[in-house]
Each structure stands twice: as C-alpha cells, then as structure tokens.
Design a protein around this ligand. Sequence first.
Ligand SMILES: Cc1cc2nc3c(=O)[nH]c(=O)nc-3n(C[C@H](O)[C@H](O)[C@H](O)COP(=O)(O)OP(=O)(O)OC[C@H]3O[C@@H](n4cnc5c(N)ncnc54)[C@H](O)[C@@H]3O)c2cc1C
Length: 443
Amino acid sequence: MGHDGRVSDRPADVPTESVDVAVVGAGGAGLVALHHLALGLLRGPARPSPLRVALVDDVERLAPGPDGERPRDRTWCSWEPAPAAAPAVLRSWRAVEVLAPGARLALDVRPLRYRMLRGEDYYALVDADAARARRSGRLELLRRPGATAVEDGAERVLVRTPGGDLEAAWVLDSRPCAPVRPARTALLQHFRGEVVRTDPAAPPPFEPDRPVLMDFRTPQPPVGLSFGYCLPLDGRTALVEYTEFSPAVLDDAGYARGLAAYRRLLGLRPDPHGRADGDERLVEVVAVDAVEQGAIPMADDVRTSRAGARVRRLGTAGGATRASTGYTFSALQRQGAAVAAALLAGRDPLPPAAYPRRHRWMDALVLRGLAAGALDGPAFFTRLFAANPPDRVLRFLDGATTRREELALMATAPRAAMAGLAVEDGLVRARRRLSAAMSRSVH
Ligand SMILES: Cc1cc2nc3c(=O)[nH]c(=O)nc-3n(C[C@H](O)[C@H](O)[C@H](O)COP(=O)(O)OP(=O)(O)OC[C@H]3O[C@@H](n4cnc5c(N)ncnc54)[C@H](O)[C@@H]3O)c2cc1C
C-alpha cells in the first residue's frame, strides 16, 4: 500500500527515496533551477552531506542521447544578462532591426545585448555544472522517469514515478497545468524556424551584425499578426523563422508557405526545388541544418507559484511566460536564481511573481486588442520601437521597467484604442466582481 492507503503502482522492491528537492519537469524551468542550484552549491561552503536532488521527466529529457547530445529542440533568445547562462551564449548583438512595409528601424539596444543560446548548448552547460557539483560532493542527483502523481503534504511531498517513489522536502514543479483563473483572451505564439546555409558562391545574403527581431512585411493573418525573424550566425548562415500570434497553430503546408514567403523577403530562393521565378538575384539555400517549431501560450490567465504547502510551480505553468510577447527565458532565470538561493539558505523556495501586476494588466489589454482586431499589431509594435528608446521597449517586453518608464511607453501607444480596451476591461472586471459577490450572497 502507498502512503495514502492506495495500492502503489511502483515495483514492490524499489524503495522510496528521500530527497531534499524533486525537480518535476526537466524542460526550461527545471533545468534552469537545477543549474542555479549546482552553481550555488559550488560557490557555497562544503556541506556535511550532499544536497539530494531528483530530476523527474521523460527519459529522453533527462539524459543525453546515444550520440552524447541533448535534442536540438529550441533556441533561446533574451536581453537578460543571465551570467549563469553566459558560457552557452552562441551569439550576441548590440543592434537589432524591426521592419514593416516602408519602414526599416535600426535599433541600437545598448546597454543591452540580444543574446542567442542553442538549447543543446545550454543543456550541456547544465549537465557539466551539475557534474562538477556532484564531483565536489555537494550534490547528489537522481533521475526518475515522468511523475504519475505529486501528493502534497505538510512536511513532505510524495512524487510517484514508474521508477520508484520519491519523498521530497520541496517540489519544483513545471509540468503543464491549468491556471488558477482561466484566460479571457488566449492566443498562441507559434512558429517554425530553420537554420539555413546559403550558396557559398553567391554574395552573403545576411548582415551578421543585424539580427531582425520582427519583420512585419509578411502577409498578415485575419486575427493577430505575423512576422519574420532572422538571426544571422554569419553572412551565409541564419536562423530564419516565420511566427504568428494567432488563435491556432498552422498545418505543415501553412508553415512552409510562411517560411517560403519570408525567405523571398530576405532575398533567398523560397523553394530549393522550385523554379528560379525569373529572379536570378535570389540566393539558393543549399542546406537546412536544423528545424525548430513551437507554440508558446499567450494568455491573460492567472497563475501562481504556490501550488501547495510544499510544491512551488515554475516556468510557463507558474506564470513565467509574458502574455503579450511569449518571452519566458529571462523570467526562468530570475525564478531559478530565486528558488536556488532560498533552498540553499533553508528557506521556502517560493519565487517572486514573474511579472508585476500592472504589466499583466497591460498585457491583457494588448492581447485583447490583437485578438479582437482593435489594435493593428504590426503598427503597434513598430510605433512602440520607433517612438521610444529601444532598451526601454525591450526591458518592458521582458518585464523589467519602472512605472515612470511604462507611463512614457503608454503615451506612445494608440490612445483611443488603448483607452477603449481599458474601459472594456474595467467593465468586465466589475461584472466579474459583481457576479462573485452575488453568488457569495446566494450561498
Ligand atoms: C522552440 C521554442 C523556442 C523558444 N524560444 C524562446 C526564446 O527565444 N525566448 C524566450 O524567452 N522563450 C522562448 N521559448 C519559450 C520558453 O522559454 C520555453 O517554452 C521554455 O522551455 C519554457 O520552460 P518550461 O519549463 O516552463 O516548459 P517546458 O520547457 O515545456 O518544460 C516542461 C517539462 O515538463 C515535462 N513534463 C510534462 N509532464 C510531466 C510529468 N508527468 N512528469 C515529469 N515531467 C513532465 C515535459 O516533458 C517538459 O520537459 C521557446 C519555446 C519553444 C518551444
């Protein structure tokens, strides 16, 4: 029998392991938290016994594959200096471009930098630092396959896995989960990107010092917006992505069409097997070295990190994804640093809210405006960049501006549309409060 009297599904001969922390979910948030724990242990004094940490996720996410590499499943970009992740940064830029029909903004983002990390490099860095912490005798790392249940308790949490149960003092949980309050507006940031290599005999089509953050010259979807994204690794190699903020993902042909159209805007031949289209200036793509595709939720739902007495939620599940932009990586780093510092100091690892409440309110307005067609997305973002210091806009998109800076930013947003959205939002909130009060008085 299990702790709660139910029949346990674990093999009878596998003992329950006791750990200090179970990191349930070894995606972005889980690995960032493990990384900060490992670095904190390495920086800290010797311990009488190692910190026992269990990493729980699907087997392929836990360990490098047969060729010694983790999957090449994502590229992370962010403005956050995130010193812990610095050794994995592949490229960084002091300037970015935003393009719209008839406009090309060259934005000097100093003192910030736009940093690009490949997932596989970051995973390798986490593995290496965790191995160093283990060798130093400060960390003991167990790996277990995906959790079938997490049972909270006042003193310990029971994490059930097919590889044996774990009893943990704390659980850091980043499994996808339902929000505390469902979204009123929800879109997806969905995309497909390819690392393309172009004809070595043709002139280099990319400017290595000018990544393109948003290129709104792409055909726009009926709801939301679309843009191209281009991160040059050198003059002939770049990550080229087609992205939409819209209600649903596309099928394969939809992404292929979006990428082909964006390739053409970049001066690349859209289809390697296609006709030359009579335009001999288009540069041939000779190889696609990697493909990544994803969908990041953009929603004004309410999430919490406090998921029980001893369970703390991190990552997208814990509200780390910025609703109006999908940016998450900086918040993962902030959360990871906070929970590691608290755990190593013997405190409750409850991370601070990923974004201030006022940012979440502004995000909800922008999201509503995009979804309802009240805001022209490309014009809104282009104007935001054109009318404000770029570093201020970027820190805002990452959730790191002050109130005064936000007032200055809001002053450059389309006033009538934003005022209309704010009034509508106020009415919805008032209605919600009223119906909650009425249902309380009825019961
Ligand atoms: C392709 C891609 C590119 C992105 N690029 C950027 C970017 O450039 N900048 C940025 O800021 N953000 C980016 N994001 C968004 C965000 O940073 C990532 O989605 C990030 O991985 C979120 O981390 P997470 O831990 O919340 O979720 P995930 O990384 O999805 O991790 C959740 C984990 O939970 C595990 N899990 C599920 N069920 C169980 C279970 N029962 N037991 C144990 N484990 C379980 C899953 O297997 C998974 O590993 C990108 C996302 C994608 C998909």
